[in-house]
Write a protein that binds this ligand. Sequence first.
Ligand SMILES: NC(=O)c1ccc[n+]([C@@H]2O[C@H](COP(=O)([O-])OP(=O)(O)OC[C@H]3O[C@@H](n4cnc5c(N)ncnc54)[C@H](O)[C@@H]3O)[C@@H](O)[C@H]2O)c1
Length: 701
Amino acid sequence: MNAVDFVLRGPVAVLTFANPPVNSLSAPLRQGLAASIDRAVAESAVKAIVLIGADGKFSAGADIKEFGTPAVMTPPSLRQLISQVESCEKPVIAAVSGNCLGGGLELALGCHYRVATKEAMLGLPEVKLGLLPGAGGTQRLPRLLGFETALNIIVSGEPVPAGRLAKTPLIDRLAEGDLAASAVSFAEQVIAEGGKRPRVRDRSVREPNLEGLAQFARNTVKGAFPHFPAPLACIDAVEASAGDFETGLVTERRLFASLMQGPESQALRHAFFAERAAARIADLPEGTPTRDIRSAAVIGGGTMGTGIALSFLNVGLPVTLLEVKQEALDRGVAKIRETYEGQVKKGKLKAEGAADRLKLLTPTLDYAALGNADIAIEAVFEEMSVKEQVFKTLDRVMKPGAILASNTSTLDVDRIADVTRRPGDVVGTHFFSPAQVMRLLEVVRGKRTAPDVLATAMKLGKTLRKTAVVSGVCDGFIGNRMIGQYARQAEFMLEEGASPQQVDKAIEAFGFAMGPFRMGDMAGNDISWHIRQRHARERPELKYSPLLDRLCQAGRFGQKAGAGWYDYRPGDRNAQPSATVDALIKQRRQELGREPRRIDDAEINDRLVYALVNEGAKILEERIAQRASDIDVVYLTGYGFPVWRGGPMFYADQVGLYDVVRRMQEFARNPYGDPAFWTPAPRLARLAAAGQRFNDTGGAA
Ligand SMILES: NC(=O)c1ccc[n+]([C@@H]2O[C@H](COP(=O)([O-])OP(=O)(O)OC[C@H]3O[C@@H](n4cnc5c(N)ncnc54)[C@H](O)[C@@H]3O)[C@@H](O)[C@H]2O)c1
């Protein structure tokens, strides 16, 4: 089928447009629509025109792949197309079903009439990409819905079902039965009544309390989205709709252009594309078969095992949970039950829903109960010998074709695979705590992981409503390997003169959800300590400050112990500065013979973030990550990196890699600096010297 299919139904030209999968308004589709409308105008038999999207959906909007490319201005631009529709000498009716979003809704608003199914979803989600509707949406929507309703839709970006707007002038008729037939009969009625062509632009926005409402909205969004300029710009644009239409359009265009250039929107668009790119694996052809996952076994019912079990139960997949001791099993089951009870209490889940999910859980101490599961996910202690034992047993009991997955944070998945007779079936599925909440899933691809096993693990991520990113095998995979360098750097700064609270405060002001010391206290400092003890044996070249060892030797494991880098009052998770920790740090500085020096917040943030970036560059070089944007996705979805900065690699690109390297050289020269730490990774050095970016090249330079 052509982009636009032209069919005459009596005096009505029905233009069915298609651009799978979402009918986005790409340049070829806009051209097709413009030409078809011209044809309908030229044919004297045509008295009215219906625009309808193919496959039951109107249009999800502009083609965002065109943003920032010449294609976006390829005539007709969306604005030009809408103007053509609005000034068309024959009435144009939008027949709306499915998604009618962004530019799709703006096109419908340019039509003279709108007939919609009640389920059609109408919205202007541009704000979610740091933008505003730039093709008249901010000027036309308030003319139909009033200032306040339009503002809510535009600032929230949330779509609304057409049924809910049925009584507004936005919807001229709710379609009964077949949408096209309904739209054609509506068009015939318009023709019978003289073919009037009402234009939204000719309406006016009457709102007596416009200024008050706008001010209220500004105060609200400033509090809710302090780092994003788009919601405020949406308010400015919608406020302009109260004046002259053409002037309002000029305001909208100006605001749109400035958001488009701004770093926040660039970061949000990067994040949007990065998540989609992460699903593609270069050497895994599309259509690689996947195995069915209809049930799971989870080994180990501790922090992670229970969270992983919850993730499966939440999407209706049965789970058999195995522990070694009855007591541990009871604790795990109780934690799952309590999680659901908490959700019922908060009104997030109905009691029957909780009961249904719990029915899908089978606790056991017996491996024989696992054999029929399609996947087993191991979440036992982080000890190679324990994991090897578990995998030998899984190899014996699991049915042929079952996937054997490990939730290890740092251990060698290839070694784990080698203890089985089916290394092709072994893969890492690294969840983040709390597993039922965190979106990130690192899928660790072993040397021998079979293609269909990898494809299944990626698909499982989607089923569990996670964002899956592939990582190769290395110590810590993508996320924890990088965070290790960040934590090392944070502790070196304590030895030089900073306090835990200063470091946390600085990086939290940069936008991280939590600074390194508060994060350590939350996750448990013993976890990092355990890893460092292993590093002391296996990777002695990695130098650490001994502060964490000393903290842990004093039992300061974090929140769970009531003491970590901070003190905690009983029942209170708020971190209080600790005199004990201050003394520990002071003693260490004395040992080193150091006078503490003042480290400013900019230095703290640059050292922490560039520690991530440099390790990220090594990870790319070693092909542990497929592309720079995958690293960004890991940090945005698993480590609380501020989304308006786009992830560490994108952020470094924005700063400019040349400047990043210069700054690292400065750190190496500081009196206590560690030149080895700050040696730019070869990939970073190369890109910086060539004036290139990590993300331009997909990290493939
Ligand atoms: N805690 C985190 O934030 C986190 C995040 C990602 C990955 N991980 C990884 O997940 C795994 C589990 O970590 P956790 O924090 O849930 O630990 P945990 O100590 O809370 O739980 C481990 C559980 O495994 C059980 N267990 C031990 N040996 C067993 C065996 N042979 N068979 C069956 N059960 C056994 C223990 O009884 C315990 O309940 C580790 O590999 C860890 O590195 C942890």
